[in-house]
Design a protein around this ligand. Sequence first.
Ligand SMILES: CCCCCCCCCC(=O)SCCNC(=O)CCNC(=O)[C@H](O)C(C)(C)COP(=O)(O)OP(=O)(O)OC[C@H]1O[C@@H](n2cnc3c(N)ncnc32)[C@H](O)[C@@H]1OP(=O)(O)O
Length: 194
Amino acid sequence: MSGTSARLTPPADAVKPVRHPDAPAPGELLGSHYEHCFGCGGGQPHGLHLQATAGEGVNVTAEFTVKPAHQGAPGLAHGGVLATAMDEALGALSWLLRVIAVTGRLETDYVLPVPVDTVLFLEAEVTAVHGRKIYCRATGRTGGAEGPVAVRAEALFIEVKVEHFIDNGRPEEIQAAMSDPDQIRRARAFEVNP
Ligand SMILES: CCCCCCCCCC(=O)SCCNC(=O)CCNC(=O)[C@H](O)C(C)(C)COP(=O)(O)OP(=O)(O)OC[C@H]1O[C@@H](n2cnc3c(N)ncnc32)[C@H](O)[C@@H]1OP(=O)(O)O
């Protein structure tokens, strides 16, 4: 049983997404956008450590292994953690559009329970773009990339400027990030898109 809210339905004049000419090549590992990101950073011991790979279109694949720290019910993944995995995979689509975007809306269908130690095979794609609004969807499958769908999500990401983070983030982390040349390089990479 699933349904999509009207706010996740692209308007009639939305356009097809365009893979940026400087997007990472298909098969390229995208890497973490921020060391302390709960979704993809290596600096979060209980984080998801999601590693996404660029697809051939405006899509990515990723794998997420459910760890004991990710439980909700005994031996099963917490639904919020699974939503985080979907959010992170969807967020990684920004690399292919080369824009900075944040989640505005995320709807998740939980189709099957996901036990600890499961490897969730994630696939996310942009379906349409309308101005700053990026419409996208993702699936998480068990048992392999062609396995049964355990989680499904649709989302609307909104393009923002880097000031979104500078103006709203806690000063300690912002200052640390701004003094990290790698972090600046990653942020600049997204500023080329007019
Ligand atoms: C390589 C990088 C990888 C990054 C991976 C990150 C993965 C994780 C991603 C996240 O989890 S990001 C963190 C969670 N999200 C947030 O914290 C965002 C908090 N919300 C905001 O900061 C603002 O609400 C937001 C920037 C999303 C929008 O505010 P704005 O003032 O910039 O835009 P505005 O409100 O004018 O809305 C612009 C358009 O988007 C629409 N919109 C905004 N929020 C919406 C919403 N929630 N649902 C539906 N539509 C929405 C809005 O209706 C409007 O449509 P129209 O242009 O057609 O008028």
